[in-house]
Design a protein around this ligand. Sequence first.
Ligand SMILES: [Zn+2]
Length: 489
Amino acid sequence: MRLFSATLATETNTFSPLPTSLDAYKEGVFLRPGEHPTDAPLMCTAPLFVARRRSVAEGFTLVEGSCFAASPAGTTNRADYEFMRDEILAQLQAALPLDGVLFGLHGAMVAHGYNDVEGDVLERARAIVGPNCVIGVELDPHCHLTVKRVRLANITILYKEFPHTDVVERAEDLLTLVLRTIRKEVRPTTSLFDCRQIGSYPTTFPLMRGFVDRTAAMEGRDGVLSVSIGHCFPYADVPELGGRILVITDNDKAKADRLASRIGQEFIAMRGRTAPDYLDCDAGIDAALAFNGSPVVVADPADNAGGGAPSDNTTVLRGLMRRNVDSVALGPIWDPIAVRLCFDAGLGAQFPLRFGGKTGPASGAPIDATVTVVGLRRDCWQSFGPTQVLLGDCAAIKAQGVEVVLIANRTQALGLELFRNLGIEPTERKLVAVKSTNHFMAAFGPIARKVIYIDSDGPLSRDYTKIAYSMVQRPIWPLDETTLPALVA
Ligand SMILES: [Zn+2]
């Protein structure tokens, strides 16, 4: 038995002012066959990692392809996408004959000229391997679950958790189902229900937690092989954006249709109740300052680098500076130029600095202030679970009572080291403002006396009716009141 595995992944925010090129993949994951580390999977490479570990015991040969993955940002350069795709397809061709293929994709990648990158990859892969080869795909739930890609793959499995803590478990599920299909123990039959909705579904809140646990418990019983909940990725202008339910049964299309429809209706009934409440910027800051207890953590998800935002929006910071507050820390603001200027000025220097507000209109205006450099450190990192996320060179400045962490490597607030690297102790501050949607909760949740979510004017608005979609199929909630949810595959 012969299997092939490769990865091509990013989460494309088509509204982001930051184009994605091959350099972004080289800064992320850029591994040729055999170069994948043995100790842990990287961004979206869990299928290869898991297949390598199980190949001997399960009696198959794994042919490793390339793995390319970039952090979330704007649309990928067309030539660079085609270069990576064609490299993987050439490896696939050379690996024939194959019984199975495992793709670690993200599912929300867009390249110039390609709205459905994953559909394009699968179409070309299917043409190479033929109709009898079993193709399995692992996706992030923040994906576009297009009809094309679902039909081209035999088995598609999404992570169930947000934050995504089950990437390896789902890759194990995928490999198991691919192997059982090759061994003719099961015949995967897929149904896809389109809920016609845009939303956010952290599984850390009780309603979504219960929904995920209930649907996961259906797997492995009564011929149900897999249930995946597609959350959608709201910050992309592609036709098939939206929440979808994917059910795979063992050769029972009617059952898959019934179950996908039933779960889909349940998902629809939860509309508007799955995410935290977001305050506007001023109300959020006032509520944080009025709270008796500290620290209060204020999250600015609209400028989350993890969703492709530049992380240099200045609105929350400006609101804090206007109030002449003290004991307030904010981070990260991505501004490599300002970091460089702070290093040039030196620790303790007081000088006029322009920072933030650089990348695009949704960054707001830059801030001009006389600042004091209160911290400098090269090659910093922060922790996220067991992993270290690089921040690059970092500078802390004090601007009208607000300590601001400037970073050189664009990423969201994840670990307390973001502040501690520069001598700022977040537990001793009255208010800590972070740019992140939900991942910050792993480290900042335990120290926070209270968490307040703000919807700023950053590029990832939580109010989806404000997003300038032109290609998204309508009607869709909450842009439209009445929608027509239906089975689409
Ligand atoms: Zn995701």
